[in-house]
Design a protein. Sequence first.
Length: 232
Amino acid sequence: MARYTKAYSSLIVRLDEVETLRKIALIKERDDPIGNSQDISALCRGAVVLLSSHVESYIKKIGELALDSLYTKNVSRSTLASQFFYHISKAHINELKNTSDPSKISEKVFTLFQEDYEFWSRNGPFPKQIECEQFNKGFSNPGFNKIGSYLRRFGYESYKNDLKQTLSSDYMAVTNMINHMVDTRNKIAHGDPILGKTPSEIEDMVTLVKLFCVKTDSLFAGWWKQHYCGIR
């Protein structure tokens, strides 16, 4: 069995982009920190945006591995969490929730049955693959609470407690950095004129984010194997 999921291995490759920006910023910082301050700031801001994007993509990809495994390994639906099915059909369900006219409700129910009825059973494996894009909708800006909520879509309720036990004394530093990364990324996106990071700060951020992701990878893959099937 592989040590990590393909999602985590792919993340490590993509983090090379962040490291490239950090190294260029570091060279400029050593050469002329004052004269190159604008370039250094731009490179570090870009590194934060990329890092946040790659973490978001990683979390979605580990979820997609789980979704694909249900179909490819013929896993029974009998023990899947109830909320799991909601996220398969949430576009249709949310439209129903926001509709009051009986005739429109009926049409939307017909559409739900026509497009998703095959998924809604507790018996046997899924007859076709789940649409990952639909299931992942609503997850973005990967703060720690949002990541926990995303993993609960699969029924993984003990993730936060498991991570706390695994990280031990590093738990607060790691989870705070995940939230700080997202907060910094959002401020950059909204044009915060005074926000800046140094190459050293980017290095610290990447170190803690990688620790968070590798532990999350191990926990989720282990939990999924225990309850359904392997994804490593």
